[in-house]
Design a protein around this ligand. Sequence first.
Ligand code: APR
Length: 242
Amino acid sequence: MSFDDKAREVASLVRAGGVVIFSGAGLSTESGLLDFRSKDGIWAHADPTRLASVGALENNYDEFLEFYKARLFVPDEVLPNVGHKIIAGWEKRGYVDGVITQNVDRLHQRAGSEKVWELHGSLEPVYCHSCGKMGERGDFLAGKPCSACGGHLRPSVVLFGEMLPQNALEAADELSDNCRTFIVLGSSLVVSPANYFPRQAKMRGAKLVIVNREPTPLDGIADVAAHEGIGEFLSAAERYMG
Ligand code: APR
């Protein structure tokens, strides 16, 4: 299928409603944020187990703090891009039943999406890893200890080695079971358990669409696999929506 054939096909699937969006870091690169596994992504220059893990938080706090300071400092000029906005528009028009995201940047919400489930948490709020007391972003960025117990402050992201939030998992499970079309946007689909949901939706009879610059392990079971830029592809689909 050509680019336009794929965009036209996705437009007709979206128009039928019952759509679930599943997003990864690739959706936010067009807002200026790095993804993880592209050749110039974050993990090309850093080891996730050394930085984004409970072990790092407990035994390597200085490096952990530096890594997340860079991520928490999502400068104000980082804005939702056309992909985020089209998804929010499709939710407002009743086509999208929910967004399952692996991203922690909250750009979906800033674009106007309301039914967003964050499988990997979010950068804020900041809280104490030892006693759970809520902390201030500024105190975390300044490397200050918890004001109540002196423990390490941390962001609300799910670290490697931690459980995913139960409410997001349950919502993602429900959405994957009941959707008509499951659209993956900008994910390498290599991290579990997040990468179970596209497969689950397909097994439950949904159409599976994958829009990702690079091939993914699930391309072979996708009804549409478009190795294209998300912004350009969703804009074309939007035009075909009429
Ligand atoms: N358009 C289309 N695809 C893109 C674009 C774009 N503009 N930019 C990047 N991509 C693709 C890349 O080719 C890559 O395959 O998006 C994919 C992003 O994959 P990852 O970097 O692995 O990000 P993600 O799948 O979200 O990672 C999952 O891993 O490190 C953990 O917790 C972290 O949530 C993250 C999880």
